[in-house]
Ligand binder design. Structure first.
Ligand SMILES: [Zn+2]
Length: 495
């Protein structure tokens, strides 16, 4: 073909592709990606049968089995060590119930609160059935040397401590706050407290609802120390008798940087039943699609998502985690299906992986980074998919640390999906972080405004936006295609 005609055809076809928005000619199979299929996977993963996929639970094992069977059906190679499973053990707490929480009225009658709506149990709560008075202790910090000892003027022995769950927006000198709830629980426990009621900071722009959460920090489990997170109106009721009010308490503490702790003289009843296991078996689920280029097949693209969520409580409620992160898991599966069912012969090899225990501190991704299934130096890139189904636009994180990789996705979006916002970040983020720290260029696929139902019982499939869900999966697929075909050279990551 003569060169000038070639150039002309190239320009026309580029424009054509751009205007038509039809990427399937170049990215074979991308049109197979359909929101119906994504939602079908999400609906199963978020179903009551799986009970919120707490890492190490029966529901999580079912989710992992399901994904492994799908990988097998696609002919992906099992590379986990035990088939598709890369097994490891984690700290595990099953809130089996019964659980209850009530305020004791002046006449001795009870005002009972509803699990899931008025309060939730903290992920690593201990067990106990008790009746005790509540003492308010601000943020629950103990820094006597810095003149910020919130236990100084109160006696919490045999009492239940109420404290803000989030740390202050200000600092004591240069030092930040220890973010671990387990750390502050340890302080309360050492002072003789018998339980904790966490409440969200009322003056935050959107005070957090009682959420399911297994993020607790390092340390010893307090097995006989119940901990709940109460909704603000409930906490307000507990303070009624004292005549104090949470908003002004927070304002006073923050303004004066001094403790405002006091006894509420309000009696409450708390019952929590949980089973703790220090080393419970769980697993990442991984399948390999081998590359076909004799050289590039020894390089790998990792496409991952966390499969776990925060489980259920007392057999009464569970957190479906449709967006977080059944959506990302479904997207990984759909990309695997699309590569295989379209007969794509990638030059590089692709690992599809679903992590366990993101929710308790990125444990699955960290385990992989410390026990990589393929050499880290030969890992060309890693894509993390976390919360990709709710919201109205696409955000690609870690672009400041892997700008060349980010630019590939950005130009694909400007040609085809046209939904990406430019805001990005550095340092990986969530499950991408352990990979980033190993020097692997990462992209973090997430939808904007994704967190409306974060860790709430309302994170259900019907709250997802099928259109943006399909688009971000397509964008991930096309980006993966470029990397898999060798059109990206691993860059040095920027910290
Ligand atoms: Zn989460």
């Amino acid at each position: 073909m003569m060169k000038k005609y070639f150039i002309l055809i190239f320009i026309i076809s580029t424009l054509f592709a751009g205007f038509r928005g039809n990427p399937d000619d170049k990215y074979t199979g991308v049109d197979r990606i359909k929101s119906e299929n994504l939602l079908k996977t999400v609906t199963y993963l978020a179903s009551p049968e799986l009970q919120g996929r707490l890492g190490g639970s029966e529901g999580f094992y079912k989710a992992a089995d399901y994904m492994a069977n799908e990988f097998k059906a696609l002919g992906l190679k099992p590379i986990g060590g035990n088939g598709y499973f890369q097994e490891f053990s984690i700290e595990y707490n099953d809130i089996t119930g019964p659980c209850g929480f009530a305020k004791v009225n002046g006449d001795g009658s009870l005002k009972s609160y509803r699990l899931g709506n008025d309060y939730v149990c903290r992920g690593f709560t201990g067990s106990g059935k008790l009746s005790a008075d509540v003492v308010f202790a601000g943020y629950g910090f103990f820094y006597p040397d810095k003149n910020f000892d919130e236990y100084k003027d109160i006696d919490v022995n045999g009492k239940i401590v109420m404290m803000f769950k989030q740390t202050p927006g200000w600092k004591l000198g240069e030092e930040g706050w220890n973010q671990s709830l387990r750390y502050r629980a340890g302080i309360a426990y050492s002072k003789g407290a018998v339980g904790i009621i966490f409440v969200s900071k009322p003056n935050d722009a959107n005070p957090q609802k009682p959420i399911g959460s297994t993020m607790d920090g390092e340390g010893e489990q307090l097995e006989n120390f119940p901990m709940i997170h109460a909704d603000l109106p409930v906490a307000g009721e507990i303070l009624t008798k004292s005549g104090k009010e949470l908003k002004s308490l927070q304002t006073e503490i923050d303004n004066t940087k001094s403790p405002k702790s006091f006894a509420t003289n309000q009696n409450v009843k708390i019952e929590v039943t949980a089973k703790y296991d220090k080393a419970r078996k769980t697993m990442n689920t991984a399948g390999l699609l081998e590359g076909t280029d004799p050289v590039l097949k020894n390089e790998y693209l990792i496409i991952g998502a966390h499969l776990d969520h925060v489980g259920g409580q007392a057999g009464e409620i569970y957190f479906p985690g449709a967006n977080d992160n059944a959506s990302g898991s479904a997207s990984v599966l759909e990309m695997a299906r699309t590569f295989v069912n379209s007969g794509i012969k990638p030059k590089r090899s692709i690992i599809f992986i679903l992590f366990s225990n993101e929710e308790s501190g990125l444990n699955g991704a960290k385990y992989y980074a410390e026990h990589p299934l393929v050499p880290v130096e030969q890992t060309a890139a890693m894509f993390n998919n976390d919360c990709v189904g709710h919201g109205d636009s696409i955000q690609i994180g870690n672009g400041n640390s892997a700008p060349q990789l980010w630019q590939i996705t950005r130009s694909l979006d400007s040609m085809y999906t046209k939904s990406m916002i430019m805001r990005t970040w550095n340092g990986g983020g969530a499950d991408a972080e352990p990979f980033h720290k190993k020097g692997i260029p990462c992209l973090y696929f997430v939808t904007s405004f994704s967190y409306t139902h974060l860790h709430l019982m309302s994170d259900k499939p019907e709250t997802l936006n099928p259109d943006i869900f399909e688009k971000i999966c397509k964008l991930g697929y096309m980006s993966a295609y470029e990397v898999a075909m060798g059109n990206y050279k691993r860059e040095n990551v920027i910290k």
